[in-house]
Design a protein around this ligand. Structure first.
Ligand SMILES: [Fe+2]
Length: 195
């Protein structure tokens, strides 16, 4: 289950008042990219893609955390009955479906870590999980970024970026570009879109 577009926008706005920061506009840029790519692919629900993009980082509502934002977002969305959004809160951070390659700090309690790891074992990733992983890597807070520049920026900030995730992001870009038959940056209006 998912909230409506308007409900999702309200959830994000309310979340930002709890923990203001660039994550709000980052989420809006990810939502925009997801909607445009889904439209261009055909056979995908672009409204669903938008809503999932908007809520993928909603766990940030509960404060500045690394791995913790994943379990916070998952539990929050599940508490509202939005299981499809909850799934994205979880899967957007783990391309290979394990916490092994996670770039940020493991700042979760034992219980939260177990929740993340147990749920990751049972989820089946679909094209929406893959789409939001890609859009997360395209979305800056001020607009759409070049995916390799964005990954390079994360690498500088955290000191490392797993090669596997880097390659996986480029593969996802290629996959969706092939499906759309178009350059991804023109589809997501890289040079003009502002949140
Ligand atoms: Fe994100």
């Amino acid at each position: 289950m998912l909230p409506t577009r308007e409900e999702a926008e309200e959830i994000l706005r309310e979340g930002e008042t709890c923990n203001p920061g660039p994550w709000g506009n980052h989420s809006r840029v990810a939502a925009h990219c997801a909607e445009k790519i889904a439209q261009a692919c055909g056979g995908m629900d672009s409204e669903k893609a938008y809503i999932l993009g908007l809520l993928h980082d909603i766990g940030r509502k509960f404060g500045v955390r690394h791995l913790g934002h994943v379990s916070d977002g998952y539990s929050y969305m599940m508490s509202l009955g939005y299981d499809e959004a909850a799934k994205i809160c979880l899967t957007h951070s783990f391309h290979n479906q394990t916490t092994d390659g996670y770039i940020g700090q493991f700042d979760t309690t034992e219980e939260e870590t177990k929740l993340i790891q147990d749920t990751l074992k049972t989820v089946v990733m679909d094209e929406y999980d893959r789409l939001i992983q890609l859009c997360d890597s395209l979305a800056g807070a001020e607009g759409v970024l070049d995916i390799e520049e964005r990954m390079g920026d994360v690498k500088r900030r955290y000191g490392a970026y797993p090669q596997e995730k880097w390659d996986s992001n480029l593969e996802l870009k290629k996959y969706f570009e092939t499906r759309m038959g178009r350059d991804i940056y023109s589809v997501v209006e890289k040079d003009t879109f502002q949140p």
